[in-house]
Design a protein around this ligand. Sequence first.
Ligand code: IMP
Ligand code: MG
Length: 181
Amino acid sequence: MQPDKIVLKTLVTEQQIKERIKELGQQITQDYQGKDLLIIGVLKGAWIYMADLIREIDVNCTVDFLAASSYGASFETSGVVTITRDISTDVRGKDIILVEDIVDSGFTLNHLKNLMYERGANSVRISTLLSKPSRRRVEIPVEYVGFEIPDAFVIGYGLDYIEKYRHLKDVCVVNTDMLND
Ligand code: IMP
Ligand code: MG
């Protein structure tokens, strides 16, 4: 389906994202002076956000990626988080920021955060471009949030619907009526 058919409305524009990422980058830069920062992106959704975020961070850092899945081809989380691709970095003693596209139920990041501590990380914080607080099913602190959004399914800027629409420049709300046609 063409993006113009599936998009109900634009929720966060490219320009708004850009400005907010600058602020988050400055905040992270202040908080991680002199630390051994490892930034871990959760694939695939976080890759575009992470690419923009790290270029606004002015401290030494390394990056790695993992892929986790809790959804399948549906709008709702299954609650069971599987790691489908793991990092190759030894996290012992590292100060980690997990980077996500969106925190919904919180299951994914809760699982990943616990896993990093089990593996010996010194600290684990979370940065997400988007957060849907009304959907949270597990309490998890999120230190660096781009935008809090209402309960709607969104696509674009890395976020997909069944693997499509990641390339859209804005974050857009999906017209779910179109999907039922
Ligand atoms: P959680 O474990 O429920 O917090 O799920 C987070 C993951 O669900 C994100 O990394 C996304 O991949 C996916 N997700 C949640 N809400 C949306 C959405 O509105 N659009 C696209 N993906 C979403
Ligand atoms: Mg994701």
